[in-house]
Design a protein around this ligand. Structure first.
Ligand SMILES: Cc1ncc(COP(=O)(O)O)c(C=O)c1O
Length: 362
């Protein structure tokens, strides 16, 4: 039999949140709310939808390799020069490009655990050695433990803040300390997929990038901007790092419908200010209710809330599925006994609390 590379055999398949189709088949219910993959329950901006529709008329042409208007709009909004910005096929692609461009066979790659599965996966794909660093007691990335785990073989560090699946973020002080202790021979990739939802003071990643530190800050249009299916993410880093990532990127990895919708989203800030405010209100409401009902809850800075349950998490997910809610048990992240729930408009949150109530009492 033809064998793949040993690293490929060691890779676990990605475990996604249950799809609506699968959930309907399993529960026998037609009416379900999917709160399992941290998508936006508010949907994309109407402007983005209009522009995506308009872009369909040109899909017989290849997209641009880099759509400069999107990089320029991001540059203006973020206060980062456009040459420091790279757009890709979701944050997922940018995370992978970092490993493909920088990790050599045998190099060590550090990543938080429990966290997003892509870090280990990208490491193995590049032939690197994955080294998991446990989260701290708050459920955030433990930057002191990351530094303590580094060796001369460490080449890349993935960080995730706010962290998935806990939702907790590290502080500006923790980040500054980390920067003072990490060598410039190590690329630090900060996955900021949930950055927009962070209400706590956030580290100044832009400043580190502008100072030329080897930091790649990864962002996405899949979460707040509601474009998960169109696959648009972006990263900010030094122009040299951006160029190296472009060398290993597929030339047409971002499709023209995605370019158009992402650009239009940036032209509609009022829509997203309103969505963000509702997200925060839902997070306060659910976290507050859960704590009051006696559940342990991580202090989330993301668009989801994760809490401890008194029964196996898959069993609780099944109970909730039978009552119309698709949620995410976190065993597959290496966090058994917890449930992660994506934020949704208030009436849905209230209905959900009604379904959670019996779990609190028994
Ligand atoms: C921490 C984290 N990073 C990256 C991603 C992937 O984002 P994208 O849809 O932009 O590829 C996700 C998606 O759930 C995520 O949770």
């Amino acid at each position: 039999m033809l064998e793949p590379r040993a690293e490929v055999r060691a890779m676990a398949e990605y475990v996604p949140g249950m799809s609506l189709r699968q959930a309907r088949a399993e529960s026998g219910r037609e009416q379900l709310v999917k709160l399992a993959s941290n998508e936006s329950l508010w949907g994309p901006s109407p402007r983005a939808l209009d522009c995506a529709h308009a872009a369909l008329t040109d899909i017989n042409y290849y997209p641009l390799v880099q759509e400069s208007s999107l990089a320029e709009a991001l540059s203006e909004r973020e206060g980062i020069p456009a040459q420091n910005i790279l757009v890709g096929n979701g944050a997922d692609e940018i995370l992978r490009l970092a490993a493909m461009a920088y990790v050599r066979p045998g190099d060590e790659v550090l990543y938080p655990a429990p966290s997003f599965s892509a870090y280990r996966h990208c490491t193995l794909m590049a032939g690197g050695t994955p080294v998991a660093v446990p989260l701290n007691a708050r459920g955030a990335n433990d930057l002191r433990a990351v530094v303590a785990t580094m060796t001369e073989k460490t080449r890349l560090v993935y960080l995730c803040s706010p962290n998935n699946p806990t939702g907790t973020a590290f502080s500006p002080e923790e980040w500054d300390w980390y920067l003072d202790h990490v060598s410039d021979q190590v690329l630090t990739v900060v996955d900021g997929a949930y950055h927009e939802f962070c209400r706590a003071p956030s580290p100044d990643f832009r400043a580190a990038i502008k100072r030329g530190r080897p930091v790649l800050w990864v962002r996405t249009f899949s979460k707040l901007y509601g474009l998960a299916a169109l696959r648009v993410g972006w990263g900010a880093a030094s122009p040299e790092i951006v160029q190296n990532l472009m060398r290993v990127r597929d030339p047409f990895s971002v499709n023209s419908v995605g370019w158009a919708a992402a650009y239009a989203s940036l032209q509609d800030p009022q829509y997203f200010t309103a969505v963000l405010a509702q997200n925060w209100a839902a997070r306060d409401y659910l976290s507050g209710w859960l704590s009051g009902a006696g559940f342990s809850v991580f202090e989330s800075e993301a668009n989801f809330v994760t809490f401890n349950v008194p029964k196996p998490d898959q069993e609780v997910a099944q109970i909730l599925l039978n009552q119309g809610f698709v949620v995410r048990p976190t065993t597959s992240f290496g966090l058994p006994g917890w449930i992660r729930i994506t934020m949704a408009p208030q009436p849905i949150m209230e209905e959900l609390v009604g379904v959670l109530e019996p779990l609190a009492s028994g």
